[in-house]
Design a protein around this ligand. Sequence first.
Ligand code: SUD
Ligand code: ADP
Length: 287
Amino acid sequence: MHEHWYPAPAKLNLMLRVIGQRDDGYHLLQSVFQFLDLHDDLRFASAPSGVFRSFGGPVGLAPEKELTLRAARLLAERCGVCEGVEITLRKRLPEGGGVGGGSSDAATTLLVLNHLWNCALSRAELISLGTTLGADVPIFLFGRSAWAEGIGEILQPMPPIPELPYLLVHPGVSVATAEIFRAPELTRQHPPSTISAFLGGEQENTLEPLVRSRYPVIAECIDWLRAQGLRNARLTGSGACCFAEVPEETANDVLLDRLPASWRGWLVRGCNRHPLLELLPEIPAGA
Ligand SMILES: C[C@@](CO)(OP(=O)(O)O)[C@H](O)COP(=O)(O)OP(=O)(O)OC[C@H]1O[C@@H](n2ccc(N)nc2=O)[C@H](O)[C@@H]1O
Ligand SMILES: Nc1ncnc2c1ncn2[C@@H]1O[C@H](COP(=O)(O)OP(=O)(O)O)[C@@H](O)[C@H]1O
């Protein structure tokens, strides 16, 4: 159980639209998710019954909030597993960055422990378990580029979309997702969009105007990407990361050299398949 490191990739919201709100306050969204070749890595070691520990997660986060531990406990309870687990995280994804790092760590934990503990849950069962951990967890369990509705848990595969190179930038602030969704000035009733409208170029993120106005450095970041001549610069999720398409086969490293010192940047590529599809045995889809 010790030796493997398992990837937990980042996601981008290639478009995101808020179209309503549920009675419990959660917002109804439409979004196109694609994975990136940028990932955290997780390693799992068996531990005695009742022992759930993690190393390398966000500094200062209480263990009961750390998402890999919450995922491991949830799966153990659901499946009556009598083992514990020690999870080591090698974090690369910026926290609270809109690239789903914590959610992806949780999904990788569910997928890998489902295999190592022989739980034999179907993908559909893992998705309903994962949804209780966060609205972003289901896409990582679904495992393919998807069109999402509901709060992000109603997923259907996208037709193949280009796996483009992007410049991803974190402008050094942390956005509290809950604060953005709570804001009185958030427009909550955009008319619904469609997959074909997305493919035709309707790719905006309707959280962007509000995030820009509350976090001027994020507005500065999107404007900086545009000033570099990059196409389609926008926000992912509720931020703080912004991204833009970069030209294929060009010396894009110069863009990283030009980044303001307090920002972090990565040259990445979109991926239509989750990397664990190649590393774990196939899981039945389930109902
Ligand atoms: C906005 C998105 C788009 O992919 O991404 P991120 O920016 O977080 O990566 C997600 O919907 C975020 O998913 P996630 O980060 O898992 O959110 P959660 O922990 O479930 O929710 C944090 C808080 O945001 C609000 N929330 C979240 C999702 C949603 N559809 N409606 C909401 O109103 C709720 O107030 C909730 O308490
Ligand atoms: N393993 C983890 N990695 C990152 N964040 C985590 C983890 N476990 C819990 N969290 C919490 O989840 C919050 C959201 O993190 P993350 O998923 O990285 O951001 P986002 O949803 O904006 O993409 C963080 O503020 C952090 O406190």
